[in-house]
Design a protein around this ligand. Structure first.
Ligand code: SF4
Length: 149
């Protein structure tokens, strides 16, 4: 086990990237991460806006063309190993945007699901998913951070 994986075991930094969608999933992510009800900081799960210190990237919604390059850039900036979590039905399978993106997952303005843009490790269905499911999804990404295959 490396020093980095020990540090990550003791404090996991989660980054949220607003890629598109209706904001319902974004609100549930913020609810899961920051509300006193769940209080994830007591478990050393911290929300960060700095990709250089992030371990887990949460991506809710589809990816609009404006957010396509920023998402790829943010993904590249997060150090390996990292885990990407697609949050909500839009991110997992296109959901209400399916008719727009078609079978190949892209049109000129919207990209879905998120795995058509960057690799995804964990998928959380729901429209929007419950905060508990989002927390469990972030936890499912942890083995990858610890060096597990
Ligand atoms: S999954 Fe539902 S709540 Fe989440 S962004 Fe899509 S439409 Fe909105």
């Amino acid at each position: 086990m490396t020093l980095k994986s020990i540090a990550r075991k003791n404090a996991v930094h989660v980054m949220l990237f607003y890629s598109g969608g209706c904001n319902g999933c974004d609100i549930e992510v913020v609810n899961a991460m920051l509300s006193p009800r769940y209080d994830l900081e007591q478990y050393k799960v911290m929300l960060t806006w700095n990709p250089r210190e992030a371990d887990v990237l949460l991506v809710p919604g589809v990816v609009t063309w404006q957010m396509l390059e920023p998402l790829k850039k943010i993904y590249a900036m997060i150090p390996d190993p990292k885990a990407v979590v697609a949050v909500g039905a839009c991110a997992v399978n296109g959901n209400v945007y399916k008719n727009l993106v078609g079978d190949i997952g892209v049109n000129e303005e919207i990209f879905a699901p998120v795995e058509t843009v960057i690799p995804v490790d964990v998928k959380i269905p729901g429209c929007p998913p419950r905060p508990e499911d989002i927390i469990m999804g972030a936890v499912k990404g942890l083995p990858k951070l610890m060096g597990a295959p």
